[in-house]
Design a protein around this ligand. Structure first.
Ligand SMILES: Nc1ncnc2c1ncn2[C@@H]1O[C@H](COP(=O)(O)OP(=O)(O)OP(=O)(O)O)[C@@H](O)[C@H]1O
Ligand SMILES: [Mg+2]
Length: 303
């Protein structure tokens, strides 16, 4: 691949593609650095709409300045495409970390802390992300989490947000009514992703017997609450299991009302863990459901 766009960005390799466009690793020939470029075809009748959509995505991203949210540098257009130029995250999609095994709680808390901070920064400027899922979170080689893909984001006050989200990660109220979403939809999606990460995808699939997100939807829409991580026998402290359960409440009125409230509970957990006595006696779940397998977890001494 040797295409150069805008006489400045040499496309080096494709590092992802999604519903809307393609993401490339590219070299900025002027500033002599690597960047990521999300390029979306914009030609013909749909050109204006695509341009507006990408502009909105870049503007929303630009409003959030946070180390755990990807930085946007610019947006450029040609007759046939629109490109968002952004910070390149050298790492992998978050999903890769738990698609074969659960992430141990002690490791997950480090990611979760960053994710909560990222979502708090987004909500602080009145934006809802609306598409939090493990493909829209990248983890750098140094373990820094970066929230990406503001393609569906919008103002919490807007009443004309496009419908959407990623099937499987959408809050029940979004699936049910397609009505006006609130900050709670991000809290739910982050909770759902945390549930998956702490169970690991193989266990998560066993739970509802299907690999297809459309089958998870039935489960999300049922009246039954999600079984807590502790009830499922995951080696997770009761305190953190409670936080995840609080985020996963199907009724938004019973869910955490703000991401700041999640952060406060998380910080209380982290503080307790940093004290040697309480860390040693952190409550663990009794051996749980025989259906699920948590054997790859590290021994309890590590937590
Ligand atoms: N800044 C970045 N640095 C490195 N890789 C990135 C970056 N942004 C996105 N990617 C990769 O490209 C993929 C697609 O990007 P993004 O989610 O923004 O596109 P999309 O077309 O909106 O995708 P989808 O519709 O599937 O959500 C991501 O899942 C990620 O793997
Ligand atoms: Mg995406």
């Amino acid at each position: 691949m040797s295409e150069t766009i805008h006489d400045r960005f040499k496309l080096l390799k494709k590092c992802g593609s999604g519903g809307t466009g393609e993401v490339y690793q590219a070299r900025d020939l002027r500033l002599k650095r690597l960047v990521a470029i999300k390029r979306v075809r914009a030609a013909g009748a749909g050109r204006h709409e695509t341009l507006q959509r990408l502009l909105q995505e870049a503007e929303n991203l630009a409003r959030v300045e946070h180390p755990n949210v990807v930085t946007v540098h610019d947006i450029l257009e040609t007759d046939t495409s629109v490109s968002i130029i952004m910070e390149l995250v050298k790492g992998k999609p978050f999903l890769k970390l738990f698609h074969r095994r659960p992430i141990p709680e002690s490791e997950y808390l480090v990611y979760f802390h960053q994710l909560v901070a990222a979502v708090e920064a987004v909500h602080a400027v009145g934006i809802i992300h609306r598409d939090i899922n493990p493909r829209n979170v990248m983890v750098s080689r140094e373990g820094v989490v970066k929230l990406t893909d503001f393609g569906l984001s919008g103002s919490v006050h807007a009443d004309d947000l496009r419908a959407g989200g990623t099937l499987g990660y959408m809050a029940p109220e979004v699936l049910r009514t397609g009505g006006r979403p609130g900050f709670g939809v991000d809290i739910y999606s982050l909770g759902f992703m945390s549930y998956q990460a702490l169970l690991g995808i193989p266990n998560f699939r066993k739970l509802h017997g299907s690999t297809k997100p459309r089958d998870w939807v039935r489960w999300v829409l049922s009246r039954e609450p999600f079984q807590s991580l502790v009830e499922l026998g995951a080696p997770v402290s009761r305190a953190f299991s409670r936080v995840v359960t609080g985020m996963l409440q199907k009724d938004p009125a019973s869910r955490y009302r703000s991401i700041s409230a999640v952060r406060k509970d998380l910080e209380a957990i982290l503080e307790k863990r940093s004290s040697p006595q309480t860390a040693a006696s952190a409550q663990r779940a009794p051996a749980g459901s025989s259906l699920l397998n948590f054997e790859e977890q590290p021994p309890p001494a590590e937590r």
